[in-house]
Design a protein around this ligand. Structure first.
Ligand code: GLC
Length: 553
């Protein structure tokens, strides 16, 4: 059963599942909803609280389903609306919540609205999209898919105008200045909420409106519309959430929470949660250079958010590691460090999975997760990263990080009964990351596996709600290889200490308030030396980490 707490998301663990790659129930080589339903016990065993499903709607799949052709149905590869209802009911019966992607900004060019819209300038649906006689409007808007799109405008020969799109040309942007469109999208949202889901991951939200002279991101009109969406959820679906995808700087993200920037006690009235994009590449940079500075800098510049809101933190997802929120110099550095082969690069990012990015080094993977699970925010795990799956840089676009889940060492990897040659994407089958080496069954049988490390992080985090609710003070210490921060609530304090380097380090941490306390590592269930003076000295092996409860006895 689900917990009743309306603020459940403050301390929830999220799991991002790609339906097409998770589990195939009917042997067609494509994952589907019944397949995913059959794996809910696994997710329950792992201990996550909420599943985020990538788009599951009918779609020509030119952007893996983010190009929706029909908002009211399920893609036939995935099953039926009934299958979806079953998934939600079965998840809820196990105490798991379900959120789905909500793609507001654009549709597929095969959506009937666009098919009509492009028929002629006077078609009644013309105004559902953004059309123009010139491609010189909104010139300050950046191009996001820089590898494929030369312009945000595409000329439509038959109807003689350009249409606006922030992503692929096959994804025309909806026109939110048209109140009919704005209303229709709310109807769609209600349709899915009425099936009992627990909220949405709202896709690509900065771009809903366009205005001349602006970069067409984060416009006041966009915030006003999103507040309207939130009001619908609050009024009709209490306890459900909106998780915003806005790849922006923290100060530009702050308005997406709403409320009062100067008073966190004023409830947020826009998104409940937003991804903290900029900290993510900085964690990778910090681990490569053994230097915590950039993490500290971005967290210092992260504003406080309303008490009823939460950040969502992640290491990897279904997209590339986006390097949009770093300097040009750092982008070049990250590419050199993490994407030496050009095929690893995509747009302004890196299309690789967590384990390969971290050299398949268990110590690095563990410390990265120790950070993820203790930073302010709710963590998201990307499917397959809990067992250290690899990637395939030969595959098109971002498909290389979306390959079939590796359940067993048997042919087909337990993903599907189909001939593996017919799988929608090939299994990873190399000597290091291949399904014979890396799979759920093997890891569940091995108490020392990454699966159990992840399960332990999840369980430990859940028994320490301070990690979801507590304030966070980052402490700058002389040794830059040390990342340390203090989480606090009125009742508890926890000190996180991580060695980001491949060398042993001795951290000297000023802890004037805790002299006389004996730190207790809640991850390893061991006591450390007591804090006998203001500066606490602690030795760490390469990539070692502690979550230290600071009890006063
Ligand atoms: C979001 C999704 C990405 C998709 C894009 C366009 O950024 O995460 O996968 O391509 O929106 O819908």
């Amino acid at each position: 059963m689900l917990t009743k707490d309306p603020l459940w998301y403050k301390n929830a663990i999220f799991y991002e599942a790609h339906i097409r790659s998770f589990c195939d129930s009917n042997g067609d080589g494509k994952g589907d909803l019944p397949g995913l339903t059959s794996k809910l016990d696994y997710l329950q065993e792992l201990g996550v609280d909420c599943i985020w499903l990538l788009p599951m709607f009918p779609s020509p799949l030119k952007d893996d389903g983010y190009d929706i052709a029909d908002y009211d149905n399920i893609h036939p590869d995935y099953g039926t609306v009934e299958d979806f209802r079953t998934l939600v009911a079965e998840a809820h019966a196990r105490g798991l919540r379900v959120i789905t992607d909500l793609v507001l900004n654009h549709t597929s060019d095969e959506h009937p609205w666009f098919v009509e819209s492009r028929k002629s300038k006077d078609n009644p649906y013309r105004d559902y999209y953004v059309w123009s006689d010139t491609d010189q409007k909104y010139k300050e808007a950046r191009i996001i898919f820089v590898d494929t799109e030369a312009s945000n405008w595409t000329y439509d020969e038959p109807s003689g105008q350009y249409y606006w799109h922030r992503f692929y040309a096959s994804q025309p942007d909806l026109n939110y200045d048209n109140p009919v469109v704005a209303d229709k999208m709310i109807e769609i949202l209600k349709y899915w909420m009425d099936m009992g889901i627990d909220g949405f991951r709202a896709d690509a939200v900065p771009y809903l409106f366009e205005r001349e002279g602006a970069n067409c991101e984060n416009l006041p009109e966009t915030h006003a519309y999103l507040k309207r969406v939130r009001a619908v959820l609050d009024a009709d679906y209490p306890g459900t959430i909106l998780l915003g995808e806005a790849n922006q700087w923290p100060w530009d993200l702050r308005p997406y929470f709403g409320g009062d920037p100067d008073d966190s006690a004023v409830p947020g009235d826009e998104f409940h949660m937003a991804f903290h994009f900029p900290v993510m590449p900085r964690i990778f940079k910090a681990l490569k250079l053994g230097d915590s500075t950039d993490i500290l800098d971005i967290m210092d510049r992260t504003p406080s958010i309303p008490d009823n809101s939460q950040w969502c933190v992640f290491l990897r997802n279904h997209d590339e590691v986006t390097l949009e929120m770093v300097t040009e110099e750092d982008r070049q550095l990250m590419w050199q460090l993490y994407a030496p082969d050009k095929r690893m690069r995509l747009n302004l990012g890196i299309r690789r999975r967590l384990a390969p990015l971290l050299d398949n080094d268990r110590r690095k993977i563990a410390v990265a997760n120790a950070i993820l699970f203790s930073l302010p925010g709710a963590p998201i795990i990307y499917y397959g990263d809990e067992i250290g799956m690899g990637d395939n840089i030969q595959l098109f676009d971002r498909n290389g990080v979306r390959t079939p889940m590796q359940w067993t060492a048997e042919p087909g990897a337990g993903f599907s009964e189909a001939d593996p040659a017919d799988f929608w994407a090939p299994l990873i089958d190399d000597d290091i990351y291949g399904y014979r080496q890396v799979n759920v069954a093997a890891q569940m049988a091995d108490p020392n596996s990454l699966f159990y490390t992840m399960k332990h992080f999840i369980a430990t985090r859940k028994t320490h709600p301070i990690l979801g609710w507590g304030s966070c003070d980052f402490i700058r210490v002389a040794d830059k290889a040390i990342l340390t921060y203090l989480r606090r609530t009125n009742e508890a304090q926890m000190l996180i200490v991580c060695n980001l380097s491949d060398q042993p380090q001795t951290a000297t941490i000023p802890l004037p308030d805790f002299v006389g306390v004996t730190p207790y590592d809640v991850l390893s269930d061991t006591s450390l030396d007591s804090i006998v003076q203001t500066d606490y000295s602690l030795s760490l092996t390469p990539y070692q980490y502690h979550w230290l409860s600071l009890f006063r006895t």
